[in-house]
Write a protein that binds this ligand. Structure first.
Ligand SMILES: NC(=O)c1ccc[n+]([C@@H]2O[C@H](COP(=O)([O-])OP(=O)(O)OC[C@H]3O[C@@H](n4cnc5c(N)ncnc54)[C@H](O)[C@@H]3O)[C@@H](O)[C@H]2O)c1
Length: 312
């Protein structure tokens, strides 16, 4: 199968493309930053081009040149300031629309894109229970509202043009090289692995980390599917407080300096952390690696980059 990944140079994209290549698929990548170091191990196996998803001509050109069976759009503005809405709206809304429209024009029915757990808003708006894909999307802010709008865009294209566009709502994706988006769970692992201290405001603040290799496998399975039973899927993840995550890190790094300004509190203001993913698990037989194992992998990846031997 031929898969074109838009926005493949970032945190998740290279892992998805590596897996696709390992499964024997032809992969083509268009990104505004095609020289990213994360792509270096893939340069011999993946055709990589420069292109901007906010420019319709670039997207049409990339899809015309690659003639894919599937398009996966990961290009997005993560961690951007609310003070500067215009570039985010262009990338998140117009960029997504260009992907759907270019695919439609070129008769590519299957498009897969990343939504986010951010669509739900904070956990307190849903009560102390796991949200399903049928729950209300109560997220605010440019990122969350863009994702909600993207889901409507996909629904309109599916209905109007009989396309088969599927979205995944990833949780807080975590891993050694994450630079943007939710970062507290990353800092809680990566800074101690580098021997640096880290301080968080509240020990009870909850997060829903899912390792980047796990979400990469989700994107691969959803992308390769001929069709999906639903238009949107929750990824799920490993709900944990920062206190509990710190405890896991301490098992591997007993001297880690992880501090909390307040030993209690933070739970009420937490982001969404109870997410039902039974739809995804049943349809795609997804099974995530144990979280502790993933934490160890993250620590060891950081150690390896610093020339230190692995733990565990
Ligand atoms: N990382 C997370 O925790 C997380 C959680 C939920 C959802 N998601 C979603 O998953 C997707 C991928 O996330 P990620 O962590 O890999 O993000 P990332 O920021 O690491 O990667 C985004 C990629 O998009 C590219 N890009 C930016 N503007 C572009 C443009 N105009 N044209 C072409 N490419 C452009 C960037 O160069 C980058 O390679 C995004 O849609 C994101 O919202 C991520």
């Amino acid at each position: 199968m031929r898969v074109t990944v838009l926005g493949g140079s970032g945190f998740i994209g290279p892992r998805v493309m590596r897996r696709l290549v390992e499964h024997g698929h032809d992969v083509y990548c268009m990104d505004i930053n095609p020289s990213a170091a994360a792509l270096d191990p893939l340069r011999d196996q993946v055709e990589i081009t420069h292109g901007d998803v906010t420019l319709m001509d670039d997207v049409v050109e990339a899809l015309s040149a690659s003639k894919p069976d599937r398009v996966l759009n990961l290009a997005y503005a993560l961690g951007a300031s609310e003070a500067d809405p215009h570039p985010q709206v262009r990338l998140n809304i117009l960029g997504m629309d260009n992907c759907f429209e270019a695919a439609r024009i070129l008769a590519i029915r299957r498009v897969i894109y990343a939504s986010s757990l951010a669509v739900y808003g904070p956990q307190r708006l849903h009560g102390d229970r796991a949200v399903t894909e049928d729950d209300l999307c109560l997220g605010r802010g440019i990122y969350a509202v863009s994702k909600i709008f993207n889901e409507h865009q996909a629904e309109w294209y599916n209905r109007a043009y009989d396309m088969a566009i599927t979205g995944v709502r990833p949780a807080n994706i975590t891993g050694p090289d994450k630079q943007r988006g939710s970062m507290n769970h990353v800092q809680c692992q990566v800074l101690p692995a580098r021997g640096e201290p880290v301080t968080f405001p509240h020990a009870d603040a909850m997060t829903l980390p899912l390792h980047v290799e796990d979400i990469a496998e989700v994107f691969v399975r959803v992308t390769l599917a001929e069709q999906t039973a639903h238009a949107i899927y929750n990824s799920g993840g490993h709900a944990t407080s920062l206190r509990d995550l710190a405890e896991i890190v301490h098992r591997y790094l007993p001297d880690a300096e992880i501090n909390f300004e307040q030993e209690t509190g933070g739970y009420e203001g937490s982001g969404l952390h109870r997410m039902d993913n039974s739809r995804l698990v049943e349809e795609f037989e997804v099974e995530y690696a144990p979280f502790e194992q993933r934490v160890l992998e993250t620590i060891n990846a950081v150690r390896s980059a610093a020339g230190q031997p692995p733990l565990g």
